[in-house]
Design a protein around this ligand. Structure first.
Ligand code: NAD
Length: 296
């Protein structure tokens, strides 16, 4: 049976590779960190000696790495040993320019590619309920979709190479801005004597309704499953939100798009990170809003 190569077995890649194994796939994986390799081996992933070793007998190779420089470096290494007709799928969240560079690099050797960043976090990776936002040709998408469906519940074709990354940063820019807006509303309400529950009951059924409020409320109480009820443990770490807002800002600068609120949100999350809160859930940004309100 042809194998699926999987490079980057971290918080996301580990459970994603495990779900492929559970679905009956033969997965050949690699990570530079020994504990990640050991954890994936326990999940039934066959561990290769290096990244190249995951590629030689693979029809499909998936990468799930920290950033654009890692993806380009790994793909530079593995493209020369991949068979023509192999499909490479990068599921990392990276800058649009690197994603398109990676597509061109692989295409020059007859390798089909998809960029397929995800939303849904570690919980979604474990439960195989991720959403994949996919860029690449119709043909490559048709080949990759069944494999992605083994790791997620929604697979959306967003158009040409790089467009998966475009969709991801646009979505997360909305998310970062809306979480700050919701946090500001709760802090303003607090200062004016409005209870959290009253604001939630009104706004969740009114025009202020949004995911940051109704699914991921930044105050404890109204949405029992939100990280606010669990000491703001992630969830989706503030460091990752900052990463995505920076990617959105860089992309906006590259095409001269005016994203005033997105850029401001990036600065707010930078301040939060400088205070040492990178590991907290991104909804903990309400603490910064509250603190700044107290210092006014
Ligand atoms: P992670 O740091 O846990 O995993 C990345 C893995 O890549 C690590 O295990 C690291 O050792 C490995 N790696 C780095 N360089 C390598 C190389 N040259 N060869 C082989 N392995 C290498 O990060 P993560 O949380 O799994 O995130 C992965 C990607 O998914 C990131 O781009 C992130 O932005 C994105 N993402 C993460 C989340 C989340 O909630 N964690 C949600 C959505 C998207």
């Amino acid at each position: 049976m042809p194998a699926i190569g999987f490079i980057g077995l971290g918080n996301m890649g580990g459970p994603m590779a495990a779900n492929l194994v559970k679905a009956g796939e033969h997965v050949l994986g690699f990570d530079v960190v020994p504990v990640s390799r050991e954890a994936s081996a326990r999940d039934g992933v066959q561990i290769a000696a290096n990244a190249r070793g995951t590629v030689e007998n693979a029809d499909i190779v998936i990468s799930m790495l920290p950033g654009g420089e890692h993806v380009l470096s790994v793909w530079n290494d593995i493209v020369p040993v991949a068979r023509q007709g192999t499909l490479f799928i990068d599921c990392s969240t990276i800058d649009v320019e690197s994603a398109r560079k990676a597509h061109r690099l692989a295409a020059s050797r007859g390798i089909a590619t998809l960029d397929a960043p995800v939303s849904g976090g570690v919980g979604g990776a474990k439960a195989a309920t991720l959403t994949f936002m996919v860029g690449g040709s119709e043909h490559a998408f048709a080949r990759g979709k069944p494999v992605l469906e083994r790791m997620g519940k929604r697979v959306v074709h967003c158009g040409e190479a790089g467009n998966g990354q475009v969709a991801k940063i646009c979505n997360n820019m909305i998310l970062g801005v809306s979480m700050i807006a919701v946090s500001e509303a709760f802090v303003l309400g607090e200062k004016l004597g409005l209870s959290h529950q009253a604001l939630f009951d009104v706004a969740s059924a009114s025009s202020g309704q949004c995911w940051s409020l109704t699914s991921y409320c930044p105050v404890p109480g109204p949405v029992p499953a939100s990280p606010a009820n669990n000491e703001y443990k992630p969830g989706f770490a503030a460091a990752l939100m900052l990463k995505d807002l920076r990617l959105a800002k860089a992309a906006a600068d590259s095409v001269k798009a005016s994203t005033t609120l997105g850029a401001k949100a990036a600065r707010i999350y930078e301040d939060f990170a400088q205070q040492g809160h990178s590991a907290a859930d991104f909804s903990a940004i309400i603490k910064l809003v509250r603190e700044q309100s107290e210092n006014r």
